[in-house]
Design a protein around this ligand. Sequence first.
Ligand SMILES: *Cc1c(COP(=O)(O)O)cnc(C)c1O
Length: 823
Amino acid sequence: MSINLKNLVPVLDAKWLGNETDIFVDHISIDSRSLQNGSQTLFIALSGANNDAHLYIAELIEKGVQNFVVQYIPENVKDKANFLVVKNTLSAFQQLAAFYRDLYHFPVIGLTGSNGKTIVKEWLNFLLSPDYNIIRSPKSYNSQVGVPLSVLAINEKHNLGIFEAGISTINEMINLEKIIKPTIGVLTSIGSAHDEGFDDLEQKIQEKLLLFKESSVIIYQKEQLVDQSLKTFCNQYLVKERVLFSWSFTDNTADVFILKKETKNDNVFIQYQYQNETFDLEIPFNDSASVENTISCLLVLLYFKYDFNTIQSRVKMLYPVHMRLEVKNGINNCSIIDDSYSSDFQSLKIALDFLESQQKKNATKTIILSDIFQSGFSNEELYSKLAQLVSDNKISRMIGIGSTISSFKSKFPNSIMFENTAEFIAEIENLNFSNETILIKGARSFQFEEIVSLLEEKTHETVLEINLDSISHNLNYYKSKLASDVKIMVMVKAFGYGNGGLEIAKLLEHHKVDYLGVAFADEGISLKNGGVKLPIMVLNPESTSFPSIIQYQLEPEIYSLKGLNAFLKIAKEKNLKDFPIHIKLDTGMHRLGFEENTIEELIETLKHNSSVRVQSVLSHLATSDEPKHFGFVEKQIALFEQLSSKLIAELNINPIRHILNTSGISNFPNAQFNMVRLGIGLYGVSNDPTEQKYLENVGTLKSIISQVRVIPSGDSVGYGRRFMAQKETKIATIPIGYADGISRLWGNEVGFVTIKNQKANIVGSVCMDMLMVDVSHIDCKEGDSVIIFGESPTVVEMAAALKTIPYEIMTSISQRVKRVFFR
Ligand SMILES: *Cc1c(COP(=O)(O)O)cnc(C)c1O
């Protein structure tokens, strides 16, 4: 890509505020963290309700970025760079992508539907890649932001595009259509689920079809409702010689009619009729979604006029698709980012950005990379670009696997190269992987999954999966409730409410929250050691930890005269000046804090004292989610207002004031003062059922089935024989127990787990490391995945049944359960 910025002025309807006239950029970025940002980058400052990229412009200028698309020019960067000023940066981003798309004239496949888009896209890429240089949406980049990003990665070597478009409500597809402009449309499974954003299924279908406005072929599963909508659609949006190309299990007027479908072991055999001939196709999956997705691919291959033998030989090699980048715990304190099934240049760029965001302090950044196929570039060009990328991203250790990449070793300083995966594995011991963040990325044929399994830390099969995107979503939801000048402190105490302290703190740092809160000094120290730079307040600092609080620049909450005097003593000894402290007032919680009758003395002690500075004054609500106590809360708030005002007036200071926790944010919008303290809501749990709907689930506790057995009527299960089978019963054993944090009260048919989307009751008592469930009604086997909590049961449901609160359930999950982060 090379774009002259001057040409963009009319395209974006922008105002140009810059010095030079002819400026070319070759990289469009919306991610301020990316190390790929540089002098050739055009940075688009997207500005959501809660996340304003304009705030990062000064930082980016320092890093060498000179060109920006903005809605306004922040005061501190005036005249320091070139700006294209537009009304709305998201629209400008989309217009830019649409303009860029129009420069290319090769066939483009556009995919939409309710399910299967990403899988069909990945499979089509695999099936067609022997014959085309394909540009496709990375991962599931199918949103209003993801689609333009995907399209802007097109280059002059590509000769086929595959892009997916996802929408959640009406009037969204029209934007995406302009950017993708598919010539070939594929509608994947439409699903019957009711979607929030649409009045009904018909409206959903009509909206999705808009992607195909200019497509000359539309591929779909023939069913009445879709057929009807298509008829109206085709009359409205005429295209010369448009073809409808359909398939069906039931309707023999479809172009491809599936006569038979048989399951044999792990495979399905379908017999289909096409142009009066019959074919038998073997599909390497046995679930119906995969079969339908394979048939969508089949139609595309038929449309491209592939012969049956080629189709069969390629379809046989289809594989399960990894939908996301996952961070796993590796051996010797390594983290592993597993992207072992794809190796194209564009997805490498994305994975490198993710690597940077997961980077821990003092950890080495390593990539293990295979040969890259079908880029369209000559190898010389391709590996030069790759070397540049590796160097831009400050990768300290580069390991290449494959004969082609090996032959370009000289381009990669300090690299180690292997001819093939087996050679690497033979040497793996000698490479001494430790304290590294390792990105593992390779083409499917290199079987990098073996490398992942060798470098992964061996633990039992139970993991707590944390969805980082959901955390961002929940943060933004609460931010949207705050007045614009109100700051936000996020509580990451107790290991981020059990979800993982450092990883979440790093994400929050990126989102520019103002403060982090922890309970004890140790928690703060481990965040600082992990590289977190945000200020951290320690809620309950013991006097013995004051020296390390000072050493690590943590900020103590001071809640008593005794604590204050002890801290002042150390502060004096160490000659501190203006060290930030936080004063906690007791307004009715009666846990920690200065009471009303100690305020005078507090003021006296702080007066004329220059070693500390009152950074904030806070109090904590005793309740904030029970309407019957709201009168009491109002009194707490009023007392806080009164006492803090006195402090401020008599000390002549200007501290941050804060009193609200999560439920307080929801219920007492008038008491935001200068900051709020968000806790449980960030982790996807609200005490209010209506509010719960707006939050996304963050943690999913998962395990697997260790063993399945059938017991006869009259036999018992587990310790104390507390379950007696009334009939023949199929029992599955799951390797998670009370030592992992699952309460024994959840056993004996109180609680359940989810297996294959079905409930399985826990039978008998929960053991230390295991529990047993009744799976008589579920078709399952050893190794199948089990959900302990997440979407179902939710921790809220569990808490209700166990007569406790979600907080206790979340923080009880033991540290021996590994946390896995993804987005
Ligand atoms: C834990 C805690 C919070 C956060 O509470 P949530 O109910 O989880 O939002 C806020 N303030 C203090 C002092 C806390 O201890």
